[in-house]
Design a protein around this ligand. Sequence first.
Ligand code: MN3
Length: 238
Amino acid sequence: MQTRRNFLNNTAKATLAVAVSGSVLNNLAQAEPARNQAAPLSFSQIKLPYSYSELEPNIDALTMEIHYTKHHTAYIKAINEAILTENISETSEEQLLANISKYSAKARNNAGGAWNHNFFWENLVANTTEPSEKVVQLINASFGTIDKFKEEFTAAAMSRFGSGWAWLILDDAGKLQITSTANQDNPLMDVVEQRGIPVLALDVWEHAYYLHYQNKRADYIKNWWNIVNWKKVHERLA
Ligand code: MN3
């Protein structure tokens, strides 16, 4: 049973959340219905919408299998541990990310790792298709042409030093922008320079490509365009 103090704490948090709900990010964080306060937030791994080998030759089967069953699984396990040991009471994954500065490095790294990979798996498909008219219009409005966008996104992914991610995000003004983050940070977190709603992401950690591409990150990125799920980008912008 909820104590009166907990109830007041939760009410205060809810009031605060409403007070700062001006931005689209906060609206997103509140989109999920409130969870039962007794059940802590728990991350889970999505089922891959393709087999490990289906993205070949662009991403090899062994890389996919290790990436999904070892790396991603470990992030999920660690964030769920951190939620329990740190008594994290955020009510959705997005809300946790939006408040991540309040928690430990373990929570930050693993909440990011858990969320980012689910997001990344969904934006891959065995054979890419042309982006929809709506996606093309939005990309053209921000970058001029699709080719120019690909060039700029590739440059962001190439210039991310060490481990991290490149992102296409929707900013508060409804405009698409390219950004990149270090480690497992993402644009939903309150610790990053450029925040926004992610619509496409590329994992440029070496574990995402090293077996097949070794040091050739440029080749990995070039081939990754062959497996971009533009339908998912369209859905995320809808
Ligand atoms: Mn990864």
